[in-house]
Design a protein around this ligand. Structure first.
Ligand code: SF4
Length: 346
């Protein structure tokens, strides 16, 4: 039996029962694929249900306010996915009259749809022969075939694409693509793959050569950056200032407290007062003990210090800031870091 037949047979006996596998609706498939990028199925499934419940058609998503989409997305991270989802929904709703284009080159022109998502949509919906290549596929192919090209180089990407295209079962691209991703997700996992009970163990290069943990190879280790955030939680009669993030940075479109970012950690009130603008300080302000929270993102660690300042008069909000009652904060989309803090204080 060839590779794809063995793999598809394994899939038919082991696949998980997932809702997006029971539909050919391209909108639902696109939603699920976007949600599942960098997200585990267990976490993503509830978001999938929430989205199709609140926005059952692409027109519904297109008509929504971005703030509402971000609120529903809250907790999933990588918020640019939600921003792109919303923009692309508008384009398909208006320019394509809500009819999802099932055409690989056309899909690639839409925001947030790269080669992986385009392949997934056209193969799952209409069995078009485009191989999906995601982290699961890189791992499975590199281990079984012993491919030593680095997956984060142009040459490496070409090698994997060539092999993935060759292995693809062209008559059954939909099932084959789902099978190889499922195999990577539940059998050939990044850590502790189940090699002892694996259909490929008799010829898997990595297993035979005891190199499973080495694959796939990467050229560069992503450098971790540490950032120091100082949040100013002004509080007067349970009113606070919120700031909407609008810069090209993490958490675009989400809300937070007024922020001062520093290049080193601010440890006490004296140090804080030195960096605070004069308009932010009143003699009668009371600084409460600060709360520190470390928050890990994919490529950066954020060390956030929340300075709670009880004040008689809130500073004047600047552009993109506004005053709300503390209890209303739940209505706004906030990053997980801010959510953690709110859970501590409310
Ligand atoms: S033998 Fe292990 S490393 Fe090789 S394909 Fe199977 S699970 Fe993956």
């Amino acid at each position: 039996m060839d590779f794809s037949t063995v793999l598809i047979d394994w899939y038919e006996h082991n696949k998980r029962d997932l809702p997006w596998r029971k539909t050919k609706n391209p909108y639902y498939i696109w939603l699920s694929e976007t949600i599942l990028q960098q997200t585990r199925v267990n976490q993503g499934i509830n978001y999938y249900y929430s989205f199709i419940k609140k926005y059952p058609t692409i027109h519904d998503l297109a008509k929504a306010e971005l703030d509402d989409v971000l609120k529903l997305w809250q907790g999933l991270g990588y918020y640019s996915r939600a921003v792109n989802l919303h923009q692309t929904a508008k384009i398909i709703s208006i320019q394509y009259n809500g009819k999802f284009p099932i055409d690989y080159p056309t899909l690639l022109k839409l925001k947030g749809i790269g080669e992986y998502t385009a392949s997934a949509i056209v193969s799952f919906v209409s069995n078009q022969p485009y191989p999906v290549i995601d982290g699961n596929v890189y791992r499975v192919l590199s281990r079984i075939f012993g491919i030593e090209d680095c997956i984060d180089t142009q040459n490496g990407k070409k090698t994997f694409k060539k092999l993935a295209t060759k292995l693809l079962n062209k008559e059954n691209a939909s099932v084959y693509n789902q099978a190889i991703m499922e195999f990577g997700a539940i059998q050939c996992k990044p850590k502790s793959p189940n090699c002892e009970e694996c259909i490929f163990r008799s010829y898997c290069f990595a297993f035979i050569n005891k190199k499973v943990e080495l694959f796939p190879l990467k050229k560069s280790k992503t450098k971790q950056k540490t950032r120091f955030f100082n949040y100013l939680v002004f509080n007067t009669n349970k009113s606070i200032i919120l700031n909407k993030r609008i810069n090209k940075d993490v958490w675009f479109g989400l809300h937070e407290f007024p922020l001062i970012e520093t290049d080193k950690q601010i440890n006490n009130q004296e140090e804080l007062l030195q960096i605070l603008p004069k308009s932010f300080t009143n003699k009668s302000d009371v600084y409460l003990p600060s709360i520190k929270i470390e928050h890990q993102l994919s490529h950066q660690k954020i060390i956030a210090t929340f300075w709670k300042i009880n004040t008689k008069k809130l500073p004047k909000p600047v552009k993109n800031q506004f005053i709300i009652s503390l209890n209303a904060i739940h209505q706004f989309a906030v990053p997980r870091l801010i959510e953690k803090y709110i859970q501590k204080i409310l």
